[in-house]
Design a protein around this ligand. Sequence first.
Ligand code: 3HC
Length: 310
Amino acid sequence: KRAKRPVGAPDKSLAKKVTKVGIIGAGLMASQFALLFVRRLKVPVLITDLDQARVDKGVAHIHEEIGKLEAKGRLDGDTANQLRGLVRGTTDKSEYADCDFVIEAVFEEVGVKQQVFAEIESVIAPDAILATNTSSLSVEEIGAKLSHPERLVGFHFFNPVAVMPLIEIVKTPATDEQTLSTAFVVAKGLGKNAVLTADAPGFVVNRLLAKVMGEAARAVYEGTPLLTVEKAFAPLGLPMTPFQLIDLVGWKVAAHVQDTMSAAFPDRFFSSENFHALAELPEVVEKDKHGKVTGWTKAAEKVLKGAVGS
Ligand code: 3HC
């Protein structure tokens, strides 16, 4: 017999009605959230970033994605215009005053996240919900400086946001029932399945993924050719190989997850130092003309496509 609600999920009747969503950050992940929120919840969405140029870029990206859906016939012209009208970019945080659900997708550093929440908390209502999309930082620590830590919850999306069906909802010892309930109702409204996880390093998904990405990296570090690792992964039947996955989430984010996991469990996860050292191997990464790492395996991927199954 199936449980009526996910294990640990609170009573949805406690949920707060969400009428306006705030997103902090206007980068790729944040823009994808904005699109999902306007498309699924049909509520006004505000996005913000450090400066107007970043905000404009984020809004332009969302408009572009709406345009693509329109071109594919997934949205009619009126709906597309209506969705564009729901997105607003601003650098003025006071505009967040009437948002009842604010999610951050800024740089993965506790201090940065604490800072943006402190700014937002000073303008929003005391019972507005705050959510963090952190992929592996402690949600409790992110909320440590809040006046109302009971309204903070982890709300962790996966790449690509539009497609991946899961959201990890992370509860801290302070998170109250209304916050948790609202998070579950919002996740459902977005068309996602939500699971409740403990506030432990990597939650659940990144705990598993850090093993996959870390062990693949360890094998290459220990001398196995990268393409061998990628081909050897095929029998597991996952949609992406470990290095394709690292490319998808981005090397920086993958390295950050590895840092968190190896710091928390040094004897169980591939050392982040060695993971970073892989970024120096030319057969593993592509670098731009300034020598900056732009991706793992992009160049190898073409070879891999031909190599798999051969
Ligand atoms: N953005 C939006 N939509 C996308 C997309 C993207 N980047 N990539 C693919 N899609 C959509 C396509 O439009 C298509 O939609 P449709 O069926 O409605 O036309 C659908 O996804 C399937 O795409 P394709 O047929 O082109 O390609 P695949 O069948 O190969 O699927 C994939 C692509 C869904 C990305 C699949 O490879 C996959 O599931 N990969 C694993 C991804 C994964 O594990 N993500 C988790 C990463 S970890 C993370 O994010 C956590 C962080 O904290 C580190």
